[in-house]
Design a protein around this ligand. Structure first.
Ligand SMILES: C[S@@+](CC[C@H](N)C(=O)[O-])C[C@H]1O[C@@H](n2cnc3c(N)ncnc32)[C@H](O)[C@@H]1O
Length: 213
């Protein structure tokens, strides 16, 4: 007689207990979030994964950047958030239908946002869906995952492809020169804050007269 069970990989009792504990903690975290008034667009509703260089903005900073995007995009404007999911979430939290927004992200957990989610890997900066037409966004907001010129240069290719003109870049203060070189953006007075303290100083850069100065 064929015993299929022989082929099923078995977890040790110890691994199984650790797994159960993990899922229980996860359920408790989700439950706490719901009871604290989190909704599907709350910043932090999808937890940071440091392996993907994810550091979410504070709620206040995400709101400031979302407001800036709306003003810069204008009535009926189109906004693209490139590797900046908190700004996308803040925009979606607003009960304002006078703009549209898409999220370009590497982390597929954000695909819960349906058609507005576009898978994006900065290593293939122009590998984008055909319906994402060149120069079709009134403003592009981007926060590249790494503080390297290579990452900035490739992300800049995507930004230049998508934008009609306006660019809002958030990255380390150390990237000021490279940001000017690849995107002709200037540093703003506004200091973005994160939900956790980061070792690196972060700044915003724009190529237009923004409300962040
Ligand atoms: C420094 S975080 C910026 C997040 C921003 N502070 C926020 O709160 O929305 C970098 C972002 O890049 C994304 N990312 C990681 N690897 C990527 C890749 N290969 N291509 C594009 N984006 C990537 C991360 O998932 C993360 O959302």
């Amino acid at each position: 007689m064929d015993d299929d069970d022989d082929d099923v990989p078995q977890l040790s009792a110890h691994t199984l207990a650790a797994l159960q504990e993990f899922y229980l903690e996860q359920q408790q975290r989700e439950g706490t979030k719901t009871s604290q008034g989190f909704n599907q667009y709350s910043v932090g509703s999808i937890e940071e994964n440091w392996q993907l260089s994810q550091f979410w903005y504070s709620d206040e900073t995400a709101s400031c950047l979302a407001n800036e995007a709306i003003v810069a995009a204008g009535k009926g404007g189109r906004i693209a958030c490139v590797s900046a999911p908190s700004v996308y979430q803040k925009l979606k939290e607003r009960d304002d239908k006078d703009f549209s927004v898409v999220i370009l992200e590497y982390d597929r957990r954000f695909s819960v946002y349906g058609e507005e989610f576009i898978f994006y890997d900065y290593n293939n900066p122009l590998n984008l869906p055909e319906n994402l037409l060149p120069h079709s966004f009134d403003i592009v907001i981007a926060d590249p995952p790494y503080l390297s010129e290579e990452c900035l240069q490739k992300t800049a290719e995507t930004i230049r492809y998508l934008t009609k003109g306006k660019i809002l870049l958030c990255t380390g203060a150390v990237m000021e020169e490279q940001a000017a070189k690849h995107l002709s953006v200037k540093i703003c007075k506004f200091i973005p804050k994160h939900s956790r303290n980061l070792a690196n100083e972060f700044r915003c850069y724009t190529n237009y007269a923004s409300g962040l100065d």
